[in-house]
Unconditional design. Structure first.
Length: 94
């Protein structure tokens, strides 16, 4: 049996709710959106985000989201897995 990787050890420290918040950070959701989607207060979102940053040993939401994607800590949003289409309306907007 292989030893667990560092990223698995880090994600194992996250609670289920923290993983949900991290998934929404990966989607680009802000604090208000996360609060509405999870039915919690903005203050609770801030608490979860601070806990995530501490546990993942990063300094920003962007670093946390980047780590989550790079190490497959949470599932990618469905739009992130779609192939890039330069003719799509979303590509023109970006």
């Amino acid at each position: 049996m292989e030893p667990p990787t560092a990223s698995l050890l880090l994600v194992a420290q996250l609670t289920t709710r923290e993983r949900e918040v991290l998934s929404l950070l990966v989607e680009g959701a802000d604090g208000g959106t996360i609060a509405r989607r999870l039915g919690i207060s903005r203050n609770t979102v801030r608490t979860h985000v601070q806990s995530i940053l501490t546990k993942l040993q990063v300094h920003s939401r962007l670093e946390a989201a980047t780590m989550a994607v790079r190490h497959h800590l949470v599932p990618l949003p469905s739009s992130a897995t779609a192939p890039y289409d330069p003719g799509s309306p979303s590509a023109a907007a970006g």
